[in-house]
Design a protein around this ligand. Structure first.
Ligand code: PEP
Ligand code: MN
Length: 238
């Protein structure tokens, strides 16, 4: 698939079989980056927190067996020490964009960092967070716009597509778009993905499942495989 970074996968997963089935389907579509969360930063402590270390072993097994590159969020310095050099892209979630000690620690690895924008962060705060990582020697930082807080309850967040031209004009960072967490609604993911690509995004991060309803987390914003095909076809024909 051309040159954009297309990352897909479930928000999280509950078993190896579920993850494997998704991974095979994505691989068949030419997707090279599988993203699935194992250390989840859930809003409620009562929600499923991910399979944690056990889930990480499953991700690493998939990497070995299917040759997919693994993207997953790390939330603590200890996790960075344990897994930072084993996965292909470390995601820093929106809630940790201001966690400067964590940023410094991932800056000491050589792994690519996907830095999500804080949900209320200005462009400058976001760029400064990226500089914290770079300052430690890791220049492989990709920014990810995932929606910012707005004033409407009808969508989860507001997708700030203006971030694309801003980051491109004012920095050398690549910027990808996560339309899933931006809207929180699966029917918005396809049009927003197309808009992001048309606006010059360097890639997409899309929550995808063979049966979104089965998804243990973020089910309402997760797209199915046919919708992913529509997005990939749009991309291929650009
Ligand atoms: C996620 O990617 O599943 C996630 C929790 O993202 P964010 O940090 O953007 O909320
Ligand atoms: Mn999610």
């Amino acid at each position: 698939m051309k040159d954009k970074l297309i990352i897909a996968g479930p928000c999280t997963f509950g078993s190896y079989e579920e993850l494997y089935k998704i991974a095979v389907l994505l691989k068949e579509k030419g997707i090279k980056y599988l993203r699935a969360g194992v250390f989840k930063m859930r809003t409620s402590p009562d929600s499923f927190q991910g399979l944690r270390d056990e889930g990480m072993e499953m991700l690493l097994k998939i990497k070995k067996e299917l040759g997919l590159k693994i993207v997953t969020e790390l939330t603590t310095i200890e996790q960075v020490h344990k897994y930072g050099n084993k996965i292909d892209i470390i995601q820093i979630g929106t809630r940790n964009m201001y966690n400067y000690e964590l940023l410094k620690e991932v800056g000491k690895t050589k792994t690519t960092i996907l830095l999500k924008r804080g949900m209320s962060a200005t462009y400058n705060e976001w760029i400064n967070a990226a500089e914290y990582i770079k300052r430690e020697g890791n220049n492989n930082v990709i920014l990810c716009e995932r929606g910012i807080r707005g004033n409407s309850n009808e969508t989860r967040n507001v997708l700030d597509l203006q971030a694309i031209p801003y980051i491109k004009k004012n920095t050398n960072y690549k910027i990808i778009i996560d339309p899933s967490h931006a809207s929180g609604l699966s029917y918005m993911v396809e049009p927003m993905s197309k808009a992001a690509l048309a606006a010059g995004a360097d890639g997409l991060l899309i929550e995808t499942h063979y049966n979104p309803k089965e998804s243990l987390c973020d089910a309402e914003q997760t797209i199915d495989m046919d919708t992913l095909d529509n997005i990939l076809n749009f991309y291929k024909n650009m």
